[in-house]
Every structure is written in structure tokens, then in C-alpha cells.
Design a protein around this ligand. Structure first.
Ligand SMILES: Cc1ncc(COP(=O)(O)O)c(C=O)c1O
Length: 494
């Protein structure tokens, strides 16, 4: 019978730049994963830090090449969208590559301040401030602006600008406007709720930005939530956006930049089928063509890639702890973790990842379903991007079997929560950071131990020193009830 490695070599061009097998064990970016497992155990989250810089430089290269090919006269600025992963090790690694940041919440701002304190960002680092902003967020942004930080609030609704009118004391303020795109035809809504509708953009500029000598409209922004794809939908939204840019640029000479959002995809299968360079080339060609047609100078281009920055750096490794044959055909490999809690996108939106065994590559293989530890019937994984079936090595009682999910570095902790209370109290796994020293040698360091029961007991209120603090003023953005809505307290003294 054929072995697992035969199956993979027949299905894909294998090995790849990223994945290789030596002595029947998997290497991820040349990191021998069995060594990591022997040292740290499973379940394990792992971040291969050098991938972050590699992708930042790749994206810069795609834009540089495209600019050269089309003799494009604008500049390119790489921003990292922090919501993909707020962890300090991700931000610090990305910032080593001289990037800029995009934020989405008031809670991003203490992070920016801490990065500034550590000397990782400067006052000239662009902070593109996106999101629907509540008072604390506009207040924090205004404070940064007044202190000379290079913040560009991207207006998401018509009222947001009023906060800056009141709070910004600096001499000038660069503003952006997010334009609400139409959604993909099969989506539940016609137009995105995010951003300002096309028809309102000009009026907002004319009534609120142009008359105020402090304000400069610097940037228009759009984001296609289905990502940068070679589809009629993407091209039609980009074209519409660029025509609006040209219309606005003619009435607003300060406008010289566009932010085309995130959405550069990552690989979710060993089958590479996305031509990054060609896609960026076409974007640049389109932008330039539309500007030339309208006699408008081409804009400087900003991106805010989240998944592309951090997604491919992440992996989750599990041990198969049991095999359960539940009828004549359905064999389950039970893992020592959970898809619902550790990889919520795999459960919530049927996201596929690159999934490979870590060892036993010379064993024969069989079709299996992977089962998670929670008691939720949906806690499973059994198809792949390229196939409706999932295969794993057959292993004996004497052997251990480990499996890895790769390119899991974006959004999973933001969505699933981190170190909190999750389904069936499945704990957050240990998290190890893998890096290379100046000589290219692999280094590892533990970022987080596995979550312990004590942390859950505290959150759940079973400890005196509770996670839920009583009667302390909140620093968050809790809505305060209107005076009249405050319920009268019952008089208990009586
Ligand atoms: C405004 C905005 N920019 C950038 C991103 C990052 O997208 P991605 O992770 O696909 O690059 C998002 C993601 O939701 C977003 O909402």
C-alpha cells in the first residue's frame, strides 16, 4: 500500500519552500516540528516569527515591481492591521520592518502608546484609525494628534468629524474617508454598513472638511471584505472607487492617497493558485489608467494587510489521543484540543487550513475525521481545501501520531478569546515563539504556558480576588444609562 508521502507527492508539488519531510517527519520553514513537540508537548500553538518580515518584504516587492512595470509615480506604504493579531510579539516583529499601523478600537491606543514608550513606533509612524468610533476612541486619537502623532482618522460615519472639531487643538489634521462598498451579490445586504455612502462623500467634504482650515482630506479608503480577488466584483468596486477618487481629487488638492484595505490572501492549501504579482500589477494598472483618463495625478497607495502579515506564521499542533470507529466506515482521530475553541474560523466559517501529519509519513494512510474534545457535535474537521476527504497515516498502538494545522496566525485568538472561558472549559494551549538568531539557528521561547484551572476559577467568580471587579469605574466604553433610565434603588433599611 502507498504511504502518506506518496499521496502528498502525487497530489501536490512537494516539497514546497515551506514544507519538507526528513526521516518521515515534517519540517515547517525548516523547523523540525518533532523536536519542538518533544520539548513542549501538545496541544501547542506556534508562531514562526521570521515569516512576518518575509511577507512584509514580499508585499513591498510586488508593489515595487508593479510600479516599475507601469512607471507609476506614487509611493507605497505598508500598514499592519492590528486586529488580525494584537500580540506584542507580532507587532514588535512587524515593526522591525519599518511598517505603519491601522487600528480599529480605543483599546488599540494604549498599545500604540506602549509601543512608542518602547521605541518601536515614532511620531511619524502612520496610525490609520479605522472603525466605528465611540467617544473614548476619538478622545484617545485626538490626544495623540495633539501630541504630534501621525494619526489619520478615517471617518466611518458623518458625525465622527464633530469629535475632532471639538477635541483637536493641533494646527492641522489629515483625514481619511472610508467609502461604503457594495457587497458581493450573494451577500445578505446590498451595501456595506461600514463607511460612508458614495452619495454623501462630497457633501461631507464640502460642508465639514473644506471650510475648516485645520482639516485636510488626505485619503480615501475602501475595503472589500471578500479580499483581493480576480473577480468581476472586485474590479468593478475598485473602478467605482477610483472614479470617486478622481472626482474628489479635482475639488480637493490635498487628497493624494488611497488605502485599498487588507484582503491579500494567504495559502490555505499546498496547491498554490494565487498569482500575487499579477494581481498587484493589475491593480496598479487599473488605478493608473483611471487617473490618466481623468487627468488626475496617481495617488500614493496604502494597504493594511492583516492575514497576509501574520497568518502564515502560525501553526497549531495536536496529538491524536484516540481512534474511534463509530460504524463500519467512520473512523475518528480524536485530538487533544478543539477546533471550536482553538481554530474558531474552522468551525464558524468553514475556513480551511493546510493540515498535515507531523510524523509517520512513510506509513500507509486512511480516510479519517478529526474530532475535537468539546461535546459539541460541530467540533470536527474532515475536509480540505482541495478535497472532500481527509487522509492521515495509519498508526499502531506503539506509535504516536501528531498533526499540524498551518497558517493559523490571524484572527483565531481575536475571535475565540484568549485565556478565557471557552466551550467545555477547553484551556488555551501553550504558545511557543520560534525565531532564528543572527546565524540562522532556530531559537524557541515560551510565550504562554497552557491555561490553568485557577485562571478559569477566577474568571468564573469562584475566588475572592475575582476577575469581575465590583464597583470600580470602567475605563471602557460602557454606555451609561440616561439619568431617567437609572432604576431607583429599593430602600432596604425599612
Ligand atoms: C478595515 C479593514 N482593514 C483591513 C483588514 C484586514 O483584512 P485582512 O486580514 O484580510 O488583510 C480588515 C479586516 O477585517 C478590515 O476590516
Amino acid at each position: 500500500m502507498k504511504s502518506y508521502i506518496d499521496l502528498i507527492q502525487q497530489t501536490f508539488e512537494f516539497p514546497t519552500m515551506e514544507f519538507n519531510v526528513e526521516n518521515n517527519e515534517l519540517l515547517f520553514n525548516n523547523v523540525p516540528l518533532m523536536d519542538i513537540i518533544e520539548e513542549h508537548g501538545t496541544p501547542l500553538k506556534l508562531t514562526y516569527l521570521p515569516k512576518i518580515g518575509e511577507h512584509i518584504e514580499n508585499a513591498r516587492m510586488f508593489f515595487r515591481n508593479a510600479f516599475k512595470r507601469h512607471n507609476y509615480k506614487g509611493s507605497y506604504t505598508y500598514c499592519y492591521c492590528t486586529k488580525s493579531s494584537h500580540f506584542s510579539f507580532v507587532l514588535e516583529e512587524a515593526l522591525k520592518h519599518n511598517i505603519h499601523l491601522e487600528t480599529s478600537s480605543s483599546f488599540d491606543i494604549p498599545i500604540i502608546r506602549e509601543l512608542y514608550r518602547r521605541g518601536k513606533v515614532s511620531k511619524s509612524t502612520y496610525i490609520l484609525a479605522n472603525g466605528y468610533k465611540r467617544p473614548l476612541y476619538t478622545q484617545y486619537l485626538s490626544e495623540l494628534i495633539n501630541e504630534g502623532f501621525n494619526v489619520v482618522p478615517i471617518l466611518d460615519n458623518l458625525k465622527e468629524i464633530e469629535s475632532y472639531e471639538q477635541l483637536v487643538t493641533a494646527d492641522s489634521l489629515n483625514l481619511g474617508i472610508r467609502i461604503a462598498t457594495d457587497e458581493e451579490p450573494n451577500f445578505a445586504f446590498y451595501t456595506s454598513r461600514l463607511g460612508i455612502r458614495y452619495n454623501d462623500v462630497q457633501q461631507l467634504y464640502k460642508e465639514k472638511i473644506e471650510p475648516n482650515p485645520k482639516f485636510k482630506l488626505k485619503m480615501l479608503h475602501f475595503f472589500i471584505n471578500t479580499g483581493i480577488k480576480d473577480s468581476a466584483y472586485y474590479w468593478s468596486e475598485l473602478t467605482r472607487f477610483m472614479f470617486k477618487y478622481c472626482e474628489m481629487q479635482k475639488m480637493c488638492p490635498d487628497l493624494d492617497s488611497i488605502d485599498i484595505g487588507g484582503g491579500l490572501p494567504i495559502q490555505t492549501s499546498l496547491q498554490a493558485n494565487y498569482d500575487y504579482q499579477q494581481m498587484i500589477d493589475e491593480i496598479i494598472e487599473n488605478i493608473q489608467w483611471i487617473c490618466n483618463k481623468n487627468n488626475v495625478p496617481v495617488p500614493h497607495i496604502f494597504t493594511e494587510f492583516g492575514s497576509y502579515t501574520v497568518g502564515e506564521s502560525g501553526a497549531v499542533i495536536y496529538k491524536v489521543i484516540d481512534k474511534k470507529l463509530q460504524n463500519d466506515k467512520e473512523l475518528w482521530y480524536m485530538i487533544d484540543g478543539s477546533f471550536i475553541t482553538h481554530l474558531p474560523d474552522s468551525w464558524g466559517m468553514n475556513q480551511k487550513y493546510i493540515m498535515l501529519p507531523i510524523n509517520n509519513w512513510d506509513n500507509p494512510y486512511q480516510k479519517v475525521n478529526l474530532g475535537g474534545l468539546t461535546c459539541d457535535s460541530q467540533d470536527f474537521y474532515n475536509t480540505e481545501m482541495h478535497s472532500a476527504d481527509l487522509y492521515m497515516p495509519i498508526f499502531s498502538e506503539e506509535e504516536d501520531q501528531y498533526i499540524g494545522f498551518f497558517h493559523t496566525g490571524a484572527y483565531q485568538e481575536s475571535l475565540g478569546g484568549y485565556g478565557g472561558i471557552q466551550h467545555c472549559l477547553i484551556p488555551a494551549p501553550k504558545h511557543v515563539l520560534v525565531d532564528r538568531d543572527a546565524d540562522g539557528r532556530i531559537t524557541t521561547r515560551v510565550f504562554a504556558k497552557p491555561q490553568d484551572s485557577e485562571s478559569m476559577m477566577r474568571i468564573l467568580g469562584f475566588r475572592d480576588e475575582s476577575y469581575v471587579q465590583q464597583d470600580t469605574p470602567t475605563e471602557g466604553e460602557q454606555s451609561k444609562p440616561e439619568e431617567s433610565e437609572v432604576p431607583e434603588m429599593a430602600d432596604t433599611k425599612n
